[in-house]
Design a protein around this ligand. Structure first.
Ligand code: ATP
Length: 340
């Protein structure tokens, strides 16, 4: 499959399409995730994120289009791909009556033997170490033997991540990984993902939380009603706008000094058409105008995404124009004729 970038492609799709009856869940998506990316797959509810993830993992078949994961076609060679992929899709699945450790033991045993694992006792010790390591990484080292059904949602989410980490994957595919976690939990998972990524794991995660993607990801794909409407480096999306935001205790003096370059004013806060805050600061301070704060203006990811997307696909607005029978919508001049 052809791809434009020089970096190693980890996930590439071309014209990926999935139809469920009359619903076009995924519509001609061309994804490109490169080695080392922390890729945030953003979109409103119902926009097709989970379906794309399920397609990448061979859990559902595409209606049309091509998928390559770690250089191999999916679903044709998905069995070779999966041992190198850690996945958490649609909430963590676990046997509720078993403990977290036992669940991980089952996940581990279901996977292929890892390179270098010996036989018998050595293999068992190796497995135990892998499980303890994974539990420790996700902050569950101290869990006891209580069954998973007694876990909080956050603990289940952590356990799901531990399962995804067991094989030290080259690629992590996570569907809404911070679902159900409190702010501290979200922070810990973010740190963990950044750490794993720094050690070489490519991370692909879906989210409808802009702030989450903005704080964690290096590359962003935005999906809206099944279509990929944007795919770019976060740094490029958040490039400076060519304006400077400044806070001055004497905004009137600043406006007078900047003559015609002030585009917005809100109390002490001014937005000035100028590319360089250092130069602007020197100019103002040189003229005796005090400056409390000065910075380049950048578009937030939220602005970029809101411009590109419509609204949540699961939102159902009431019809505006069509009158509902029996409703009093007509004006006085439109009074229905009285029946004889
Ligand atoms: P959310 O953030 O709410 O999980 P999403 O972006 O992951 O949403 P999907 O779950 O991929 O969106 O759903 C995309 C569309 O496909 C929706 O309209 C959904 O109703 C539909 N859909 C998903 N799975 C199926 C299915 N198995 N059968 C029929 N329709 C489906």
């Amino acid at each position: 499959m052809n791809q434009d970038s020089g970096a190693d492609p980890v996930v590439v799709t071309r014209g990926l399409t999935k139809r469920y009856g009359r619903t076009l869940a995924v519509d001609g998506v061309d994804l490109e995730v490169r080695a080392g990316d922390r890729y945030g797959f953003l979109g409103p509810n119902g926009s097709g994120k989970t379906t794309v993830i399920r397609l990448l993992l061979g859990l559902v078949y595409a209606t049309s289009g091509q998928i390559e994961v770690l250089g191999r076609p999916v679903p044709r060679r998905v069995c070779e791909v999966l041992p190198e992929v850690g996945a958490l899709v649609e909430g963590p699945a676990a046997y509720p009556h078993l403990s977290g450790r036992t669940n991980l033991r089952l996940v581990d045993a279901a996977g292929p033997p890892t390179a270098g694992s010996g036989r018998g006792l050595a293999r068992r010790a190796d497995r135990r170490r892998r499980i303890e390591e994974a539990l420790e990484r996700v902050g569950l080292a101290g869990i006891d033997s209580r069954p998973v059904r007694a876990y909080s949602l956050g603990m289940r989410q952590r356990l799901g991540l531990a399962a995804a980490l067991l094989r030290r994957p080259r690629l992590l595919v996570l569907d809404e990984p911070t679902n159900g976690l409190d702010p501290r939990g979200i922070h810990e998972i973010r740190e963990l993902l950044a750490e794993l990524n720094a050690a070489g794991t490519t991370v692909f995660l879906s989210s409808h939380l802009l702030a989450e993607v903005e704080s964690l990801c290096t590359r962003v794909g935005v999906v809206d009603r099944g279509r990929l409407v944007l795919q770019d480096e976060l740094a490029a999306l958040r490039a400076p706008t060519g304006r400077v935001i400044l806070d001055s205790p004497d905004p009137a003096a600043a406006v007078a000094q900047l003559d015609g370059r002030v585009e917005e004013r809100d109390g002490r806060r001014l937005v000035v058409r100028h590319p360089d805050p250092a130069e602007l600061n020197a100019l103002l301070v040189g003229a005796g105008v005090p400056v409390a704060e000065i910075t380049r203006e950048r578009r937030s990811l939220e602005q970029v995404v809101l411009e590109l997307t419509t609204h949540s696909a699961d939102r159902i607005d009431a019809p505006v124009a069509a009158p509902v029978p029996g409703d009093v919508l007509a004006g006085p001049g439109d009074a229905p004729e009285e029946r004889p």
